[in-house]
Design a protein around this ligand. Structure first.
Ligand code: MF3
Ligand code: CO
Length: 253
């Protein structure tokens, strides 16, 4: 069942999204060579507290950290570690789901350590363009799989792989709600989108083959061919007009 959010719920999700966006700008200035992914997680834990946000990763199926931090061929669900020291040319994905007064926002961004190669910059741009293409389909009257198809088309026309095993999701009181939002598929498949639905859209893309596996820790998702992976995510509200992206700055203020 897809929950339609009322005004009060939407307001809380908007605040969660705005706070998360603000937190990510702090993460961007904190990330540098020589720190560990555990340092980033500790920094985020402190930043969450300052903003009255609650991490929804911590405690989820026994997960011990507030964020997922995935480096290079780690696609998603990278577990923060004191043993992972960031170095020049690393591609770091930070993924964070947090709630404000019980309502969640979910967001992920890619960060470059030092100067990235131009092909890596382009790769991340394609992930962002795929996310934007998916979001653009999150309109009342469209079908859910219009989002999926738009994401896949954008990624594959640029020659990259789209990960099949993980997907976006509805979001609200729970981090993961219905529907599951695949990042591939044919357009035009139900359900029909309605105002008040809220989605976390999150393409995961690979520079090589799209195949991934879960490492021995039960969390870390890696590309089978060790190729680079990118992941970006936004939380989006379906309205009667244009989609409202809760984890970006809105022109309406
Ligand atoms: N944003 C991630 C997702 O939607 C959050 C994962 S939390 C974790 O799946 F606990 F599973 F790591
Ligand atoms: Co998510």
């Amino acid at each position: 069942m897809i929950v339609i959010k009322n005004k009060t719920a939407i307001r809380k999700m908007e605040i969660a999204g705005a706070k998360l966006l603000d937190l990510f700008t702090q993460v961007a200035s904190f990330i540098r060579p020589g720190i560990t992914t555990l340092d980033i997680d500790s920094f985020i834990a402190n930043q969450l507290k300052q903003r009255g946000l609650t991490s929804r990763a911590k405690g989820y199926m026994g997960y011990k950290y507030v964020s997922c931090i995935s480096v290079n061929d780690v696609v998603v669900h990278g577990v923060p570690s004191a043993a992972v020291v960031l170095k020049d040319k690393d591609l770091v994905k930070v993924d964070l789901c947090a709630s404000y007064k019980g309502y969640c926002a979910d967001m992920a961004r890619c960060f470059f350590i030092g100067d990235a190669d131009s092909n890596v910059v382009r790769f991340v741009e394609v992930a962002q363009k795929a996310l934007d293409a998916g979001i653009a389909q999150a309109r009342a009257g469209n079908r859910l799989s219009d989002i999926s198809a738009a994401v896949q088309t954008e990624v594959e026309k640029n020659g990259f792989g789209i990960v099949r095993e993980f997907a976006g999701h509805g979001i609200g009181k729970q981090m993961h709600e219905d529907p599951e939002i695949l990042n591939y598929g044919k357009p035009g498949q139900e359900p029909v989108l309605r105002p008040g639905m809220t989605f976390a859209i999150e393409p995961m893309i690979t520079m090589g083959k799209h195949n991934v596996y879960i490492a021995g820790d039960g969390w870390t998702v890696k590309t089978e061919d060790k190729s680079l992976a990118a992941h970006v995510e936004d939380t989006v509200l379906v309205t009667s007009g244009a989609p409202k992206i809760l984890t970006r700055l809105s022109d309406r203020g």
